[in-house]
Design a protein around this ligand. Structure first.
Ligand SMILES: [Zn+2]
Length: 322
């Protein structure tokens, strides 16, 4: 007999990751498909159902957790809108439950990643910790008193939309200007490089690599290209403002960085640490440790799966919970 397990799914703007996790907290199965959100809700829903069908071949499933790039009401689990995917007034919970026959719960994707890192990653054993995801946008999650805190409506730690400037690299999808993610996301890093190329002329490194993305800019900085080094340096200055604000809000032990840009964390984390120290007030009080997420880009899928496992095994396998 196959062991009880849960499916965790992270619906991102570019890819959908699905995992199966169980009592061991290890990833028992994983598949990734392209989201292709532009094809509409029904096409994405069909992809989810196909992933769920394949996951069932790997384990005896008792529930599904899904990370969504938007706020999720922590009490009702209701998803009101997912602007990043162009979804409004859809009932994914009902549609999946009806088609797949399992209980389904939803989490904000960054909260799911935070939960995942807390169960089995860089936030394990931490009572006061923050996770920041740096990708196409910027998200966050917080552990307070050893538990995930999601706020009244699931809006807590939507740090991508805290306003830290009069203006950003682009106007934010939320309708505001100067949101943290319009200054520190991968999108902002690339937009800044493009703006500077227009204003200051060419960079040898980037000119040979058009169209370039955030990873190419990071690679350039690591290789010592002065243009890329400057772009990354200024990006870190803006990120350090956010780190300072989070220290003032929560005084956390640890701030963990996930998302696509964390891949180059070995290069930029020590530099961010120096800048954060330089900008700090209350210098006699120790700074939060800055760390890279351990579950990498599967943190969100694993976190949603862990939450589903813990929630849906409640009545049947109480002893097996973690
Ligand atoms: Zn915003």
């Amino acid at each position: 007999m196959k062991a009880k397990a849960a499916i965790g799914i992270d619906i991102g703007g570019t890819t959908i990751d699905a995992v199966v996790v169980g009592r061991s907290k290890r990833v028992l199965w994983h598949e990734r498909v392209q989201t292709e959100a532009e094809q509409g809700y029904n096409a994405v829903k069909d992809k989810l159902l196909e992933l769920i069908r394949r996951a069932q071949e790997a384990a005896d499933i008792n529930g599904i957790g899904i990370g969504i790039p938007g706020p999720v009401d922590p009490t009702s689990g209701k998803v009101s809108e997912v602007v990043n995917l162009g979804w409004a007034a859809v009932d994914l919970s009902k549609d999946l439950k009806k088609a797949a026959g399992f209980d389904v719960l939803f989490m904000n994707d960054a909260s799911a990643a935070t939960y995942g890192e807390h169960v089995s990653g860089a936030l394990k054993g931490i009572d006061r910790g923050v996770l920041i995801t740096l990708g196409t946008g910027v998200g966050g999650g917080v552990i307070l008193g050893g538990k995930l805190y999601e706020g009244q409506h699931g809006l807590a730690m939507e740090i991508g939309h805290m306003t830290i400037s009069d203006t950003g690299m682009y106007r934010c999808a939320c309708g505001r200007n100067g949101c943290f993610e319009t200054l520190t996301s991968a999108t902002a890093l690339v937009a800044d490089a493009h703006n500077r190329l227009t204003a200051q002329g060419s960079s040898g490194w980037l000119a040979a690599r058009v169209p370039f993305d955030a990873k190419i800019i990071m690679d350039g900085a690591e290789s010592g290209d002065p243009f890329c080094e400057n772009v990354v340096h200024d990006w870190l200055q803006r990120l350090a403002v956010g780190v300072h604000n989070i220290r003032m809000l929560y005084d956390p032990e640890v701030i963990v960085f996930g998302g696509g840009l964390s891949g180059a964390g070995d290069y930029w984390l020590p530099r961010l640490e120096v800048m954060a120290l330089h900008q700090a007030n209350f210098k006699a009080i120790s700074q939060p440790k800055l760390k890279k997420a351990q579950l990498g880009n599967l943190a969100g899928a694993c976190g949603a799966g862990f939450k589903a496992y813990n929630t849906f095994t409640k009545n049947e396998e109480v002893k097996n919970k973690f």
